[in-house]
Unconditional design. Structure first.
Length: 162
């Protein structure tokens, strides 16, 4: 409306810089994850586990709350059931009684088995990582020694050929 205030629209350009900063941060994060795959897998599995526990707790509470004969009545009960189910412990003190609740339980059990396998593999990779680094160092040392031996052999052959 006022010509002098139209210059304030230039400040909107700073939004582009925010977007560029977000893209740059995403690129840095992706590079970090690709460089450290085993740590990235562990963090991703932990995040997925947490999300599964939260969402399955909400889902089980939603489908079981108004059912007669249920034993998951509070959010605390739902969280306890989700943790026991995803870890495949299943104490039996809390369990779903509806078909929908059992379906949520089956999905959570299957996801729990897969995530525990992922955690186990990640921990195994973490233990094996130093051994792999040592092998790489040994191979590099052997390459250096071979280069030195090759150079010495070439120096010895050179006087004989002349």
């Amino acid at each position: 409306m006022f010509d002098p205030l139209r210059w304030g629209r230039v400040a909107r350009i700073t939004r582009i810089f925010r977007l560029i900063r977000g893209v740059r941060a995403t690129r840095i994060l992706a590079a970090f994850i690709l460089e450290r795959r085993s740590e990235g897998v562990f963090l991703a599995a932990a995040l997925i586990s947490l999300l599964l526990v939260v969402f399955s707790s909400v889902a089980i509470l939603y489908v079981e709350i108004d059912v007669e004969g249920n034993n998951i009545k509070t959010a605390e009960d739902a969280l306890w059931w989700a943790f026991a189910t995803i870890t495949t412990v299943g104490y039996g003190d809390r369990y779903p009684v509806t078909t929908e609740g059992r379906f949520v339980g089956v999905l959570l059990m299957a996801a729990g088995v897969g995530l525990i396998g992922t955690f186990s593999g990640s921990v195994a990779a973490w233990f094996l990582e130093p051994a792999a680094k040592n092998k790489d160092i040994e191979l590099e040392n052997m390459r250096q020694e071979l280069v030195t031996i090759k150079r010495l052999l070439e120096e010895r052959r050179d006087p004989l050929n002349t």
